[in-house]
Write a protein that binds this ligand. Structure first.
Ligand SMILES: [Zn+2]
Length: 60
């Protein structure tokens, strides 16, 4: 298990969980500052992951 895959999964789960639980995101119907921050982390992790060879995470 590569640490890049770990980071990617982690970022995705964190963002996922935020979107499920954040009242502000639901109230506004738009991503709050935290969601945007988490999404940026996820996008960065995904980019690193793709650059490293792009194997799919098996936990999906
Ligand atoms: Zn939010």
């Amino acid at each position: 298990m590569s640490s890049l895959t770990d980071a990617l999964e982690n970022a995705r789960l964190t963002y996922d969980q935020h979107m499920r639980t954040c009242r502000q995101c639901h109230a506004d119907g738009a991503a709050c500052a935290v969601a945007k921050h988490l999404l940026r982390i996820y996008n960065n992790a995904r980019r690193e992951h793709l650059r490293s060879g792009g194997q799919h995470a098996t936990t999906d």
